[in-house]
Write a protein that binds this ligand. Structure first.
Ligand code: GAP
Length: 444
């Protein structure tokens, strides 16, 4: 039996587990790293893929009114002028006159003294967070392009393409998952604030009179995604109504979903009412009207937009923080990730009790192939002794460890295996024949 000791993990413990078990590594680590970048290893990739799959199922495949796009990361610079990013996407920056460290002044308690060396901080200036690069062989201003700081604009500029090719009726949404880049002044808190990250965004278009109902509906779906799909604790997620004087330049109403990370309560995702700001500005700047014609009423108008915007890296970090658990099992302390089976990087691990017994290994391989074909997220694990395998799989968050032992091979228990349950440490014996159905039943 397991006695839960505590659920509060420190950030250091999470970072350490992520590295030790192959979830997340420092970017460019062997060269000393690159600030604000992280590389995902096999289990981190698997976790992110599961989060994306659940998001896609809820917000795209599970509905009839969503149209996904996969727009280019590099976009015409005029996009960022019309969207307001070229002039307004900046953070207030101060630099220490002595050690030259740079800080976001809105994150400092004392804006006169350097928190690093105590030196005097210089005058505040606005620092644009878009990464600039140039396209083609000629380096002049006409060739300047930016790495997109959000996936959203790739959807607004394709609004007309969707209308003309798919002819959807309002309300409808566009969805996109992809990389975004921001030259954050002070990347921090592991993967929470980074310079390269993934977003999962929706631009949901509606008649201007109907935005409130659609906003409320997307707010509910967001909660279902966090609680039902990702398994986040209800008491760790908070809705914060952003005050009018703090709203982004495009928003008339925003609710931030915040999560209690180990380093404090911080934004996990946003839900914004963007009005007709983007379609109007892109329509004006490009001179291509971005409008909708209601066939039934003959009304022609610019739809209004509700935007649920999720950061995948933050979602993964919230899931990891939420799942990190310490307890005592059989009198020994252990760490495990209490992940929902649908989100665990490995659904089940299959092991022969001993790896030097060919008859156990070949039976274990047979069971492994059967489960791998059925579930995909299945690992063959014959590394170390069985106790060590359980500890490793616990730290990866594998809900079910299946062991092929001597009882599998003969006697009354022939063709049965043990399933060991991650959270309780308890084991049950089931027939190989019923294994797929049993795991399916346990995974709902
Ligand atoms: N299209 C709207 C938009 O981009 P945002 O609040 O700037 O809004 C949306 O970003 C989400 O993207 C955030 O809630 C967060 O999850 C994620 N995000 C933003 N900046 C990030 C960063 N530097 N590192 C990691 N995730 C970030």
């Amino acid at each position: 039996m397991s006695d839960s000791l505590n659920k509060t993990a420190s950030m250091d413990e999470i970072v350490s587990l992520c590295k030790r078990r192959g979830f997340i590594f420092q970017g460019s680590e062997i060269y000393g790293g690159l600030a604000g970048t992280w590389d995902y290893g096999p289990f981190g990739v698997a976790l992110k893929e599961n989060i994306k799959r659940l998001w896609w199922k809820r917000f795209v495949d599970g509905r009839e009114d969503m149209y996904p796009v996969d727009a280019a990361i590099l976009m015409n610079s005029k996009v960022w002028e019309a969207s307001g990013h070229a002039s307004g996407f900046s953070d207030p920056l101060v630099e220490c006159e002595k050690c030259k460290s740079r800080f976001r002044s809105d994150q400092l308690e004392d804006t006169t003294k350097c928190p690093n060396c105590g030196g005097v901080l210089g005058k505040e200036r606005q620092f644009n967070m878009m990464f600039k690069t140039s396209i083609g062989a000629v380096e002049d201003s006409a060739a300047t392009v930016y790495l997109r700081p959000e996936t959203a604009q790739g959807m607004f500029v394709n609004f007309k393409n969707i209308i003309d090719s798919i002819h959807p009726k309002l309300p409808f949404g566009m969805a996109q998952i992809g990389k975004a880049f921001r030259n954050e002044i002070t990347p921090r808190d592991f993967t929470f604030r980074v310079r390269e990250f993934e977003q999962m965004e929706i631009e949901y278009f509606t008649h201007p009179n109907e935005w409130e109902g659609q906003f409320a509906a997307l707010q509910e779906e967001t909660k279902k995604f966090f609680f039902d799909d990702l398994g986040l604790s209800k008491d760790a997620v908070h809705e914060y109504e952003v005050p009018a004087n703090d709203l982004a330049h495009y928003s008339k109403r925003t609710i931030d979903f915040e999560f209690d990370f180990p380093f404090g309560r911080k934004e996990l995702s946003g839900l914004a009412y963007r009005t007709d700001f983007d379609l109007k500005n892109h329509g004006d700047a490009s001179t291509v009207p971005l409008q909708y014609l209601d066939d039934a009423t003959g009304e022609k108008f610019i739809p209004h937009c509700i935007e649920p915007s999720f950061g995948l890296d933050r979602a993964a970090l919230a899931v990891l923080s939420n799942a990190y658990t310490k307890d005592a099992l059989g009198g020994e302390e252990r760490i495990y990730l209490k992940l929902k089976p649908s989100i665990a990087p490995v659904l089940c691990a299959v092991s022969p009790l001993l790896k030097n017994k060919p008859e156990l290994v070949s039976k274990a391989r047979e069971v492994f192939s059967m489960l791998k074909t059925e579930f995909g997220r299945v690992m063959f694990d014959d590394n170390g002794n069985i106790g060590k395998r359980y500890r490793r799989q616990d730290e990866i968050g594998t809900p079910f460890c299946i062991v092929i032992d001597f009882e599998t091979l003969e006697g009354e228990t022939k063709d049965t295996v043990t399933i060991r349950h991650r959270d309780s440490g308890e084991q049950e014996r089931v027939s190989i024949e019923s294994l797929v159905a049993t795991i399916k039943k346990l995974s709902v």
